[in-house]
Design a protein around this ligand. Structure first.
Ligand code: PGA
Length: 244
């Protein structure tokens, strides 16, 4: 169960969140809990969650180890402050910051190289769904952005299916729509990595997940977890999602 805070919360607000949130998920042994704050709050978040069940993720990273890349942050810089996970290829990165399937792959490879666990995001835009291209888009994102990983590398990633039209819109995919997309992705995993990988890979659903719809989403056997934006900002609300 992962929370993506996007560009919200200062470091003091981050600290205040975890004081409330960490005790509420102390016994949530059914899942892993990950929160992805902004870069300046990562260290505070990692300190505040030390010794708890909560792990910290970054929302992005660059693939080089270091160098003249003004404004970028590398994998070793993230692990040095206690970060364990990283979101890769979120649709807002694709939409506003020129992320492509190719850069998704480069970031994923770098994340794995530096010991971070990538949550690789895929998902179709509204016009792609309406023109009947959902599956083709997902398969292309998978084939171009993920499928060049070796089997051992693939075993370490988590996939997040986030239909762009459902993000921040209050318009959640129905559990059936989400499950269909998850099935298409899993079929692709089967084709490229085989049976065991298809059974083992975790696919999260993201897009307007809230405390009151998480249960029906998680009731779908295809949905292994959720990636939550807006509703992860409130400690009580996100704890109730984690403990659905
Ligand atoms: P949302 O965002 O839950 O606010 O729709 C999901 C995401 O972007 O990961």
């Amino acid at each position: 169960m992962a929370g993506n805070w996007k560009m919200y919360k200062t470091a003091p607000e981050t600290r205040a969140f975890f004081e409330k949130f960490a005790p509420l998920v102390e016994r949530s042994e059914h899942c892993e809990v990950v929160i992805c704050p902004t870069y300046p709050s990562l260290e505070v978040a990692a300190e505040a969650t030390e010794g708890t069940r909560v792990e910290i993720g970054a929302q992005n990273m660059y693939w080089a180890k270091e160098g003249a890349f003004t404004g970028e942050v590398s994998g070793p810089m993230l692990t040095a402050v206690g970060v364990k996970w990283v979101l890769v290829g979120h649709s807002e990165r694709r939409q506003y910051f020129g992320e492509t399937n190719e850069t998704v792959l480069q970031r994923t490879l770098a994340a794995l190289e530096y010991g971070l666990k990538p949550i690789v995001c895929v998902g179709e835009r509204l016009e792609e769904r309406e023109s009947g291209n959902t599956e083709a888009v997902l398969v292309a994102q998978f084939r171009e952005g993920i499928a060049r990983l070796g089997s051992e590398q693939f075993a370490k990633i988590v996939i997040a299916y986030e239909p762009v039209w459902a993000i921040g819109t209050g318009r959640t995919a129905t559990p059936e729509i989400a499950a269909d997309a998850h099935r298409a992705l899993r079929a692709q995993v089967l084709a490229d990595y085989g049976k065991e990988a298809a059974a083992a890979v975790r696919i999260l659903y993201g897009g307007s997940v809230k405390p009151d719809n998480v249960k029906t989403l998680m009731a779908q056997p295809e949905i292994d977890g959720v990636l939550v934006g807006g509703a992860s900002l409130d400690p009580i609300g996100f704890a109730s999602i984690v403990n659905f």
